[in-house]
Write a protein that binds this ligand. Structure first.
Ligand code: FAD
Length: 481
């Protein structure tokens, strides 16, 4: 675990929970929604990677926006710090307390409020689990515009708060485009009703965007309205091998040009990532076992005409094979094979977790430079650790992961600040999609100017003057109290 006290000091202006506070919350929410049980607290104090751990004594489970508002109004008046938590699948230490913050989870707010089959607009409460929304929409003939490996646990409120990218961004764009409206509760308990369902609405500042990706630091998201695309009948998945990174890049360019409107995912993993998945996860096998390849690419196409789409994909694969861009490949023949291909790509984070300690970096970089960083890191680390590269190549998003049997300062010293300096030098982003959380709050200047960060701090001060919402996260510690 990263010891919180070595990263940051507890803000002394925050109060400590007392028995009157507990009585107030029990009166408001009822006994069952005020959790003090040690086992449950252990779970919600610990992040998905088992890297960050807080010491909160209280988990609150509100069932309505009004209850969230009353919780925050009370915490603000008492100066009690709060961590909004969703499915707790975040990867930057943002969803767990650093010290004794009260955890508020809207998991009981999991109703679908409305779905309009004509427009495809879904309105739901923020505690809905992404996979449940995917199943609901599937029955209606629609899909969610986002999909990610953590779908079984993450909540739509958490997805919105992290501006999660995921596996379909290359086709449907980011949540800044797909979220049409939301409802959020501010630190003082005021409810901002921005739950519009309009595609176009240029009436003043579009404040919902402040909450998309602000990682619970500006308010608690309680409802979301989201534009969902129709489910198309033809989905095809190819699992391909490339000899070198330059071929992966060329394949991406070709795929954008030749598959065009039907391309719905373009993911990659290197041979280290494949080896980890094969060794760590049960029942996974390499669909291209003839020899170990240096890189693997997963391409998904989605369209409305099966024979046209299949033909298009096959022609693309043939020309890529003839042009020497791919060294081997296989097209999924049925849904089971398709899921087994996705399992490999989606299983990488889980495999890394099982392998021991993992240092995770989620970077946006120019595609042509991206893999140079993985190579550089391998040279720097030598035998100290394994360096794994995978991610959303179609979006210019590299997940650089360093895997070792256990956390070790010697390893960290080789990685940081080198990885951030390298990214900054190439005008990349030190957080493509996971956010800053606690892990990267102090690193924000590698990707944002001082003036921009100062303006963010002013917005934070305006919306949360006491700084009770997710303290120590997102903004640098010098501006965060
Ligand atoms: P949490 O982890 O609980 O919280 C994340 C942040 O949002 C915290 O700062 C928290 O305070 C805040 N928050 C949560 N709920 C609310 C709310 N209702 N109101 C205000 N703030 C809130 N991310 C990607 O972008 N793309 C991926 O492909 C991807 N794949 C992943 C695969 C795996 C296996 C895992 C474990 C994670 C992956 N992630 C990915 C990380 C991603 O950020 C989360 O999975 C997801 O978006 C977080 O949702 P959550 O409900 O778990 O939120």
């Amino acid at each position: 675990f990263s010891s919180a006290s070595t990263l940051v000091q507890r803000n002394p202006s925050f109060s400590t929970l007392n028995s009157d506070d507990i009585s107030y919350f029990k009166g408001l929410l009822g006994e069952k929604s005020v959790i003090q049980d040690e086992d449950r607290l252990e779970t919600v104090n610990t992040d998905w990677m088992h890297k960050y751990k807080g010491s909160s004594k209280l988990l609150l489970l509100p069932r309505s926006t009004e209850e969230v508002a009353q919780i925050l109004r009370y915490c603000n008046s008492r100066c009690l710090a709060v961590v909004p938590q969703g499915g707790n699948t975040g990867l930057v230490g943002g969803s767990v307390p650093v010290f004794d913050e009260v955890i508020v989870n809207v998991s009981s707010m999991n109703n679908i409020i409305s779905f309009d089959k004509v427009s495809g607009i879904l309105v739901c409460e923020a505690g809905c689990i992404l996979e449940n929304l995917i199943s609901f929409l599937d029955n209606q003939g629609f899909i969610m515009p986002l999909d990610l490996g953590a779908k079984g646990s993450c909540q739509i409120g958490g997805n919105v708060s992290t501006n999660a990218g995921g596996l379909r961004l290359v086709r449907y764009g980011s949540l800044h485009g797909n979220v049409l409206g939301l409802e959020a509760v501010l630190a003082n308990g005021d409810v901002l009703d921005m739950l519009g369902t309009l595609r176009k609405d240029n009436t003043g500042y579009d404040l919902k965007h402040l909450f998309i990706g602000s990682e619970g630091s500006l308010g608690i998201v309680t409802k979301v309205s989201i534009l969902t695309p129709p489910k198309l009948s033809s989905v095809n998945i190819a699992f391909l091998a490339c000899n070198d990174y330059s071929s992966c890049q060329k394949l991406l360019i070709e795929a954008k040009r030749k598959l065009g409107e039907i391309l719905s995912a373009f993911e990659f993993l290197d041979t280290e990532a494949m080896n980890l998945v094969l060794h760590q996860l049960d029942g996974v096998r390499n669909p291209l076992p003839a020899s170990m390849h240096n890189f693997y690419i997963l391409i998904e196409t989605t369209g409305s005409d099966e024979s046209y789409n299949r033909e298009k994909l096959e022609a693309f694969l043939l020309s890529s094979m003839e042009g020497g861009l791919i060294s081997d490949g296989v097209l999924a023949q049925d849904i089971n094979q398709a899921s087994s291909f996705w399992r490999i790509r989606e299983g990488v984070p889980e495999a890394l977790m099982k392998a021991g300690a993992v240092y995770k970096y989620d970077l946006s970089l120019p595609v042509e430079k991206m893999y140079d960083l993985v190579d550089d890191m391998r040279i720097r680390l030598g035998d100290l650790a394994k360096v794994v590269g995978y991610g959303h190549l179609g979006d210019g998003n590299l997940h650089l992961n360093v895997s070792a049997p256990e956390y070790d300062d010697k390893i960290l010293e080789q990685i940081e600040p080198y990885v951030y300096e390298w990214t900054s030098k190439h005008r990349g982003s030190i957080s493509a999609e996971h956010g800053l959380g606690l892990m990267k709050a102090n690193k924000i200047y590698y990707s944002k100017s001082a003036e921009t960060v100062q303006t963010m701090a002013s917005i934070k001060k305006l919306l949360d003057p006491n700084g009770i919402l997710n303290p120590y996260k997102v903004l640098p510690h010098s501006l965060n109290s």
